[in-house]
Design a binder for this molecule. Structure first.
Ligand code: ZN
Length: 275
């Protein structure tokens, strides 16, 4: 579906079948789709409750994520700023839509609001100056993280600890770069049960989006429909004193100005502090 000012248009119907109903397939034909959407005579669309929306990119071939990409977040973890990007993956089965319940699998699940880039054009060894040309748009993501699983071994298990079911909520839509609210300095925040826990702007990133794309694509190509979780600002739960992990009944709102917001309600699972 195509969202125009909160009204949703069924792309398969509006394009008379030229584009199918699977959002993932759109990214393989992104330039063609964007050109069509710009000139098509579109119906006015309908409103759709956000809890009925799936992830705007349901089955990416690759999901890249970045650790320690905000200086204050690196500092709260006791690290100096890294000299090159630290990349891991969230396995794609963890992706969900913008409004979803997440069952807590351990007592140590933490929150990380992140700007997520969606790739719209394949890139090998992309130059920083060309990087934005490879991006279809931006969305909001939560990099939910079970710190106990992530950190319990002799070497960290970033990818598994951040890939439990429901640990990759994204959405509510992919915002194209020509939208007026999209700038190089996007304000992002996470709000837990009404209290703001994280707040910064994307201008604080140690490695900017172009640097990340150049770095990643020097090693493996970025493919249409891939996601890049670009890192989280300071204020996460596990470095607070005492730690503030997610609890059953919590409501977690993650918001990026100019992009949108996603809401997760946490359920089940063991309570913090119990075995
Ligand atoms: Zn993260």
């Amino acid at each position: 579906m195509l969202a125009i000012e909160e009204r949703f248009v069924d792309v398969a119907l509006a394009s008379d079948g030229r584009f199918g109903p699977d959002p993932q397939a759109i990214y393989d034909r992104w330039d063609e789709f964007r050109d069509w959407a710009r000139q098509a005579e579109l119906p006015s669309g309908e409103s759709v409750p956000h809890n009925e929306l799936g992830p705007p990119v349901p089955r990416p071939r690759q999901v890249f994520a970045v650790a320690l990409n905000y200086p204050e977040h690196a500092a709260e973890g006791g690290f100096t700023a890294p000299e090159e990007p630290l990349i891991f993956t969230k396995f794609p089965a963890c992706l969900t839509g913008p409004v979803a319940e997440v069952k807590l699998p351990t007592p140590c699940v933490d929150f990380e609001v992140e700007l997520v880039c969606v790739i719209g054009r394949r890139g090998d060894q992309v130059r920083e100056s060309d990087a934005w040309d490879h991006i279809a748009g931006l969305t909001v993501g939560q990099d939910l993280s079970a710190r106990d699983v992530q950190l319990r071994g002799p070497a960290p298990q970033y990818s598994l600890g951040k890939s439990f079911a429901g640990f990759g909520p994204t959405g509510p839509w992919v915002v194209t770069l020509d939208e007026p609210g999209v700038t190089a300095e996007l304000e992002l925040e996470s709000i837990l049960d009404g209290e703001r826990m994280q707040h910064d702007t994307t201008a604080s990133m140690i490695f900017s989006v172009p640097v990340l794309i150049a770095y990643i694509s020097a090693i493996c190509p970025v493919l249409p429909g891939d996601l890049i979780f670009t890192g989280t600002p300071s204020g996460v739960g596990f470095k607070r004193d005492p730690p503030r992990y997610l609890r059953p009944g919590d409501v977690l709102v993650s918001r990026i100005a100019g992009i949108g917001e996603i809401t997760q309600r946490l359920t089940g699972g063991p309570a913090a502090g119990s075995e």
